[in-house]
Ligand binder design. Structure first.
Ligand SMILES: [Zn+2]
Ligand SMILES: [Zn+2]
Length: 309
C-alpha cells in the first residue's frame, strides 16, 4: 500500500490488516510515560505525550521528543495527518518539542487553514515562540488557556483548562467532556493545589503526571502521596500514572498501583504504548506487537516493559 493511502486509512482510524487489533472508538494511547529531563535525555522511558481520539476530536497532548516517531511506529497504525487538535499544557521542551512537526502533519496539503491548537499565552513569547510562525499561519484556530475556560474542539468536545502551578511558567490541566461519553482529565506538571478535588471531581478517568516518589520543597511536581490524597477524595474509576521520574520507576509500577488503588479506583502505572478504551476503562484489550518485538497494548495490565525498568 502506498504511504498516502496508508495515511488516509489511518486518518479514518481504520487499522490496517489487523481486524483483531483495532483501536476502540474513543481511546487514549500513551506515546511516552517519562518525566524529568534526565528521563527524557536517557529515553529510559519514551517521551511524546498522549494521543487521544474522543468524539470527533483526534490529536496529541504535550508532544515531547519522539512524539512523531511513536505515532509512526504505532500498531495499529496512527498518523499525524489524521489529527485535528494539538494541546500543550505548558511550554517546557519535554511537552512541546514536536509540536511543529505534528502541526505540519495536521495541516499538510491543505489549501485552507486546518486544525485547533490550545496552548498557553507564554508559548508565544516574542522571539521565543514554541509554535513557529510558519506553522501557526496554517492553523485554523489558536486558543489560549484561561482558568475555567471551556475550549470547543471538533464534534462537540469541550476541554476545560485548570490552572496549575509549575516553576514559573503558565501551565494548565485539562478536563475533556462530551455528551454521551465519559469525562476524563489530565493533571499535568504541578504542585498539588487545594481546588483539584472540585475541578477534577467528575472525571471517570484521570491521568496524572506523578513525577516524584516523595514531595520535595520547591519542586512543582506531584508526588505519590499527593496523588494518593487526590484520589482519596475524588475516586475516579480509573487513575493512570504517567510522566514518572527515575526514583518512582525504581520504586516499581506494581508498588505504585498497589499504593494508589482502592475499592473504588483502579490505578495503573502507564507503560509506553498503553491504550485505554475511554468507554470501557476497566476492560482489558488485546496486546499488539510493536516494532522491535515490544508489546504494548493492554488496558493497564502489565504489558511488557522496557528492560531495566
Ligand atoms: Zn514542566
Ligand atoms: Zn514535564
Amino acid at each position: 500500500m502506498k504511504i498516502k493511502d496508508r495515511c488516509e486509512e489511518s486518518a479514518r482510524n481504520i487499522p490496517l490488516n489487523m481486524p483483531e487489533a483495532k483501536y476502540p472508538e474513543n481511546f487514549i494511547r500513551f506515546l511516552g510515560t517519562a518525566g524529568t529531563r534526565f528521563m527524557m535525555l536517557s529515553q529510559r522511558r519514551s517521551t511524546g505525550g498522549i494521543w487521544f481520539s474522543y468524539g470527533a476530536s483526534r490529536g496529541v497532548i504535550d508532544p515531547g521528543p519522539g512524539s512523531l516517531v511513536r505515532i509512526c511506529e504505532a500498531v495499529p497504525c496512527l498518523s499525524p495527518i489524521g489529527i485535528n487538535a494539538l494541546i500543550l499544557t505548558h511550554r517546557h521542551i519535554d511537552h512541546s518539542s514536536d509540536v511543529n512537526v505534528l502541526a505540519e502533519g495536521m495541516t499538510l496539503n491543505s489549501a485552507e487553514k486546518r486544525g485547533d491548537v490550545l496552548m498557553t499565552e507564554d508559548c508565544s513569547e516574542p522571539g521565543d515562540s514554541v509554535l513557529l510562525g510558519f506553522a501557526e499561519k496554517k492553523i485554523k484556530r489558536v486558543h489560549r488557556h484561561e482558568d475555567g475556560k471551556k475550549t470547543e474542539l471538533p464534534g462537540g468536545v469541550t476541554v476545560e483548562s485548570v490552572q496549575h502551578r509549575h516553576h514559573g511558567v503558565q501551565c494548565f490541566g485539562l478536563v475533556f467532556r462530551k455528551e454521551g461519553l465519559p469525562t476524563w482529565g489530565l493533571v499535568s506538571d504541578t504542585s498539588a493545589l487545594p481546588d483539584f478535588p472540585s475541578r477534577y471531581g467528575d472525571c471517570e478517568i484521570l491521568v496524572m503526571n506523578v513525577t516524584m516518589l516523595l514531595p520535595r520543597a520547591r519542586l512543582d511536581h506531584l508526588s505519590l502521596p499527593d496523588a494518593a490524597s487526590l484520589l482519596g477524595v475524588i475516586h475516579p474509576k480509573l487513575a493512570l500514572v504517567t510522566h514518572m521520574g527515575g526514583m518512582l520507576l525504581d520504586f516499581g509500577p506494581g508498588n505504585i498501583e498497589k499504593l494508589l488503588s482502592s475499592d473504588r479506583t483502579k490505578t495503573v502505572a502507564a507503560s509506553d504504548g498503553l491504550v485505554v478504551d475511554l468507554e470501557r476503562p476497566l476492560a482489558k484489550i488485546k496486546a499488539c506487537k510493536l516494532p522491535g518485538g515490544r508489546r504494548a497494548l493492554s488496558n493497564g495490565i502489565s504489558a511488557s516493559r522496557r528492560s531495566g525498568i
